[in-house]
Design a protein around this ligand. Structure first.
Ligand SMILES: [Zn+2]
Length: 362
């Protein structure tokens, strides 16, 4: 996994690669955030960057935008190469030094005691590939066909981790252990791991991911370096497809393609009111970020990316001090209308006209 393929986490990715480049890699870390926000993908991209034999550092221009060697703009300062042997093995989830630990259930006639991630590794790899490393715990439970059994991380997994980290790495600079949904570790497993986290042997890198620390031992939490993975765009509870919706909408407004705008509005009108409101809040934040980028001459380090390089590099130029008030008013007005049970179709159509006209008065 390269950071480039993770939507809307470029700010965090840039912080992570800068710290790795400085050689400050904590041996036990916790990435805290929703699975669907790319928390696991970020952990894998982190490990890939650590192991990459040909890290790519992009060139900033005078405006502070980074560019790849072929000139395309990118929101990242650096990334793994994706093509060296280490990258290829991690991309294929087949690196001999990378061990996956995840909530699991006993398979076949196994007792709970002998249940371990190892027994379900092939299925887990397929799951990671199927969901592009953004799958949720429920989706994994569906893959495992869990009915009443709860997937957890048990002693056998913790014992295996202790064994791995005492081995020499084959190829990578570190023995890598990725513990997905560490909050599903049982007490015995967490206690077994404590010593390894506190006094790691040799070059070990353990990254846990979790959606919440509530069910984790304080003694574990206090021993790991925590990275908070923002939910998409820093706004709570919105999903990554808002960027796609926003980009598609703005492009239609620019083309004044009212037939397609009307089709877009029809789709939006079918969404629930809560989701419509969240999308409008996302739009407010998107416009704010664009304005800041515009008035700073493009140097403002955006806290969000639209996941579309062309759009990222150009849309902000049409959001200006001259039209931002009209745009914000129109969005806020629509928010109130949705709140008051107005017809979403009419509200979004009216908003489409207002934004389209405001963007033309840059
Ligand atoms: Zn590489």
């Amino acid at each position: 996994m390269q950071f480039e393929k993770i939507i809307n986490q470029s700010v965090l990715a840039n912080r992570l690669t800068a710290v790795i480049d400085e050689g400050r890699i904590s041996h036990a870390q916790l990435f805290l955030g929703n699975s669907s926000s790319g928390t696991l993908a970020l952990a894998i991209a982190y490990m890939q960057y650590v192991c990459c034999q040909n890290r790519q550092h992009y060139t900033p221009d005078a405006d502070g935008h980074w560019h790849k060697a072929d000139g395309t703009a990118i929101a990242l300062r650096a990334d793994s190469c994706g093509t060296c042997p280490a990258c290829r093995k991690i991309e294929a989830l087949q690196h001999p030094d990378l061990h996956f630990i995840f909530p699991n259930i006993p398979t076949g006639d196994d007792s709970a005691k002998s249940a371990s991630s190892e027994n379900l590794l092939e299925q887990y790899r397929d799951f990671l590939i199927k969901y592009n490393q953004h799958g949720t715990l429920n989706q994994w439970f569906e893959e495992m066909r869990v009915e009443n059994k709860q997937g957890i991380i048990r002693e056998r997994d913790a014992d295996n981790i202790v064994r791995y980290v005492n081995l020499q790495a084959y190829e990578a600079p570190y023995k890598l252990v990725l513990i997905w949904h560490a909050e599903k570790m049982n007490l015995a497993a967490a206690n077994t791991l404590l010593k390894t986290i506190e006094e790691p042997t040799g070059r070990t890198l353990i990254i846990m991911t979790a959606e919440s620390t509530e069910r984790m031992l304080d003694t574990v939490i206090s021993r790991v370096q925590q990275t908070n993975v923002p939910t998409f765009g820093g706004i709570e509870n919105v999903s990554a497809d808002f960027a796609l919706l926003f980009v598609a909408w703005m492009r239609l407004l620019f083309k004044l393609d009212m037939v397609k705008v009307s089709a877009w509005v029809d789709e939006m009108a079918k969404e629930g009111r809560e989701r419509q409101k969240q999308f409008l809040l996302y739009c407010l934040e998107a416009m704010r970020v664009c304005l800041l980028r515009n008035v700073s001459g493009g140097t403002y380090r955006a806290t969000m990316s639209f996941g579309d390089e062309k759009f990222d590099g150009s849309f902000y130029t049409v959001v200006t001090p001259n039209n931002i008030a009209a745009i914000n008013d129109a969005i806020n007005h629509t928010l109130m209308a949705i709140e008051r049970n107005a017809s979403p179709g009419l509200a979004f159509m009216s908003l489409s006209f207002k934004i389209s006209s405001a963007l033309r008065k840059k």
